[in-house]
Write a protein that binds this ligand. Structure first.
Ligand code: MIG
Length: 829
């Protein structure tokens, strides 16, 4: 296995499981209902095929459908669902000869008996989704595969599905969920690293969603084989899915609230993890890391985090250092901290088989490693050579592995990056060429056993897709035990639904091409609506070849600063440098200003992470998420929203210096740079010179920005400015806390509610505060965007403010506020 893979890999799709689409012969229908047993929350059905179904509500607008092909339900256990969240609710169950109906305050589920077939309606009696009468539920008794089909309206669009290199909407696509190491993947490569079998359907302004909680290899055919229906299924296990009807509004917001209610939300990350992060494969030795840190500060390019990739270790042994390259890690980390940097290091799952190596010895003695089907310790080759692998589905193994981080937390390492956890293994040498992206030999054999928490022991067939997520969990939970007062930062490549409880994610080994830049928007926006708020793509592209141009890097950085996770990372030897200054002085200037813009917006971005924790709403949002009633937003994939209030339209095509922007209907939008006002529902051409990221603030919004800082420790002293987009009334919120730790859960935060109202005399801005965070910053200035004339007067709590500046060209009014807290500002025309 060569260390550097130089050329993009030919992508041959090994869609073994999708053969389920073709091999219909062995499929058998679940059949007719032969007996109904009502339960307080729904009913259980015995079926003519011997299968059994349980259909119930777990919330007024969330139905849960399970069909066990062999008539016996698996233990009620899921890695995605936080068990304590599955509280049964009471529903009204009515039995008729031909059907059973289950009613809640939020939905009505009709279960026809001959054959078993469900139809679900919302509270207004509108159809949500119905099973395909031709193939509602089927099984393949020979392989254990399960499948269900639903009818679809011709123009229904689909989003979510986690990480897919596909257009924004996934209608007309087939997808597979099976975590794979897909170096230099490309548009349409499928599957990739993550399995999130959750999607949102949108049709004529109404949304619903389905979460297929099956960890086997799953597949989705969203109207590709037949536009009148969609089908999903799995290579094993049960049909086990939830339908989210979206509440009264049938809205994407309600769906994400309910889905993350079930599968969990990401707790607030430490503020430093929202800064710019610099990585490469790899920075070493120590002198080079110090030089990198110094260069950031000398050049005054903001940065919070430096990453060490696999070469910091001693022969790739996890939890060790190469002492030749890093003689005194703790000292280096302390010195970097003084300069305002944190260090994140990579930790892979493979533990080198080496009797002299303490981690291996402990793992073997504890019985924490995965065993082969014959009971011997399972071995496969990865970076360190022959390795053993912790069984992360075993709580004891997770606790052990989590505790190993102590070595690094003692040294002062701030966060951890879990890679190769699909799990990925190297192919045996004789299979290494041609390099097939989806070769089955690139992971564990399907028959290796896993503990499954001791609740549902089963093979890799069932647990492959959760292996990476459970590794991230081991890391997260280990860090929480080791440093109870610090918020863990974990980054993982592989994932299953619910991973957001533990980790941020990145989209793996992308490529330095314009198309990959363009792809990053639908990929990351769809990760957001899959319940994963903290996601990013390697800025500038990762794979060895080709190299990015200065223009590509600059445009990529611009697009990325308003995505949740912002990290520059690349592979490559000495000829590939991808730091913000690597493309000459002109690009260095542009890239500095771009990263400064990220830091200016951190108070707003941080507020969005808090909003996610409270409501499940993503940080980065597709346009349709906020504008489901504007069908023109449904397919847009070269624009996105950061929260509700910032519309971002990056340039994703080479040479482009202006671009078309669609402004969603129902709001007005104000250009950040020019103050120009755009009516919603229109498409306009906007200027986008090389040094400008086009973005717009929603009229009626008020958001907090700060003076640029070099890293997040400096935020305490950075003046806050309240940016107000005039033109409509509205309420906004600014959230602040210590930026780390959990004191915010005991009231140590400040929520500032800003109310805007357009009055006869002009604009009124009112502030209300809640919480008790003493070190919170109050805005020292207000900037109003989109103002065409200077005001007559500005009053703060009745007192006239003298320091008012009007920038006619930018249509921007700046008002310096007094040091004392202000509750009301009046701007008179
Ligand atoms: O087999 O650690 O996606 O970010 O730099 C390659 C080396 C292993 C893959 C990750 C990439 C990382 C690289 N890793």
């Amino acid at each position: 296995m060569p260390k550097r893979r130089r050329f993009p890999i030919v992508c041959l799709l090994f869609l073994a499981a999708t053969s389920a689409f073709d091999v219909r012969g062995a499929w058998r229908a679940a059949g007719d209902v032969v007996a109904v047993e009502p339960r307080p929350d729904g009913a259980t059905f015995r079926l003519s095929s011997g299968a059994r179904a349980a259909i119930a509500f777990i919330a007024p607008d969330v139905a849960h459908v399970r069909v066990a092909p062999k008539g016996e339900f698996e233990p009620d256990f899921s890695y995605a669902v936080e068990t304590e969240k599955r509280i049964a609710i009471s529903a009204q169950v009515n039995r008729f000869d031909d059907r059973t109906e289950i009613n809640t305050m939020g939905a009505r589920l009709v279960i026809f008996h001959r054959p078993l077939r469900t139809v679900i309606y919302d509270a207004q009696g509108r159809l949500v989704v119905e099973d395909d009468p031709a193939r509602p539920f089927s099984f393949d008794p020979e392989t254990g595969a399960v499948e269900t089909s639903k009818l679809r309206p011709a123009t229904e669009t689909y989003y979510g599905f986690g990480e897919k290199a596909l257009p924004m909407s996934r209608h007309g696509q087939t997808m597979v969920m099976w975590n794979y190491d897909t170096y230099a993947y490309d548009r349409n490569t499928d599957p990739l690293y993550k399995s999130i079998p959750f999607f949102i359907a949108l049709h004529q302004g109404r949304a619903y969603a389905i979460f297929f909680d099956n960890t086997h290899r799953t597949y989705f055919d969203m109207g590709k084989t037949d536009p009148a229906r969609y089908t999903f299924g799995a290579a094993g296990g049960e049909i086990n899915y939830y339908v989210f009807t979206g509440g009264k509004e049938r809205s994407p917001h309600n769906i994400l609230r309910d889905y993350t209610e079930l599968t969990g939300r990401m707790p607030l990350p430490p503020i430093w993890a929202l800064g710019f992060q610099q990585s490469r494969w790899s920075y070493y030795p120590e002198a080079r890391v110090r030089d990198l840190a110094r260069t950031f500060r000398e050049k005054r390019i903001p940065c919070d985090v430096i990453y060490l990739d696999i070469d910091y270790m001693d022969g790739y042994r996890v939890f060790t250092w190469d002492r030749g390259r890093f003689p005194d890690p703790a000292k280096m980390i302390r010195d970097l901290r003084v300069q305002g940097f944190r260090l994140v290091v990579i930790i892979d799952p493979g533990v080198k088989v080496d009797d002299q190596y303490e981690v291996y010895r402990q793992g073997r003695a504890g019985g924490y490693f995965v065993r082969a089907a014959d009971g011997s310790e399972f071995h496969a080759r990865v970076w360190p050579g022959t390795c053993a692998f912790p069984d992360f589905t075993d709580p004891k193994a997770r606790a052990w592995f989590g505790a190993l981080y102590k070595k690094h937390t003692d040294e002062g390492i701030a966060g951890f990056w879990n890679d190769m956890n699909e799990p990925a293994t190297f192919l045996p040498d004789d299979l290494a060429e041609p390099r097939i992206m989806h070769h089955p030999g690139k992971t564990f054999p399907l028959d290796v056993p896993h503990a499954g928490e001791g609740v549902l022991p089963d093979t890799h067939r069932r647990y492959h897709n959760v292996y990476g997520m459970q590794m991230a969990r081991a890391t997260f939970e280990g860090l929480k035990r080791l440093r109870p007062d610090a918020r863990p930062f974990v980054l993982t490549r592989a994932a299953y639904a619910g991973v957001q409880r533990y980790s941020a994610v990145w989209t793996g080994d992308n490529v330095s091409t314009w198309d990959h830049l363009a792809l990053s928007i639908p990929m990351l926006a769809n990760l957001g609506v899959s319940g994963i708020p903290f996601a990013g793509a390697d800025v500038g592209g990762f794979a060895d070849y080709p190299l990015p141009t200065g223009e590509l890097y600059a445009r990529w950085l611009q697009a990325a600063i308003f995505t949740p996770f912002l990290r520059g990372h690349s592979s490559g030897g000495p000829t590939r440098n991808q730091e913000p200054w690597a493309f000459g002085p002109e690009f260095e200037r542009i890239n500095r200003a771009t990263i400064e813009l990220r830091y200016r917006f951190l108070p707003y971005i941080y507020t969005l992470f808090r909003e996610h924790e409270e409501t499940g709403a993503p940080v980065m949002r597709p346009l349709w998420f906020e504008y489901p009633n504007d069908v023109r937003t449904y397919l847009i994939e070269d624009q996105f929203l950061l929260g509700r209030d910032v519309l971002v339209a990056p340039v994703v095509r080479e040479g482009e210096r202006r671009r078309r922007v669609y402004f969603p209907a129902g709001d007005e939008w104000i250009d950040w740079w020019t103050g120009a006002r755009y009516r919603g529902g229109s498409e306009m051409m906007v200027e986008a010179p090389l040094d400008r990221l086009p973005f717009f603030v929603r009229a009626g919004a008020a958001l907090a920005v700060q003076a640029p800082v070099q890293h997040t420790d400096e935020m305490k002293n950075a003046p806050l400015t309240l940016v107000v987009a005039a033109g409509a009334g509205g309420e906004s919120r600014i959230y602040q806390d210590e930026g780390d730790g959990y004191a915010y859960r005991n009231g140590r935060y400040l929520n500032t509610i800003v109310r805007l109202s357009e009055e006869q005399f002009g604009l009124r801005i009112a502030f209300a505060h809640a919480g008790e965070y003493k070190d919170a910053r109050l805005p020292s200035a207000i900037e109003i965007l989109g103002v065409s004339d200077p005001p007559r007067e500005v009053l703060a709590d009745g007192r006239k403010i003298e320091r008012v500046e009007f920038d006619k060209a930018a249509h921007r009014l700046r008002v310096e506020l007094p040091a004392a807290p202000v509750t009301e500002i009046l701007i008179t025309r």
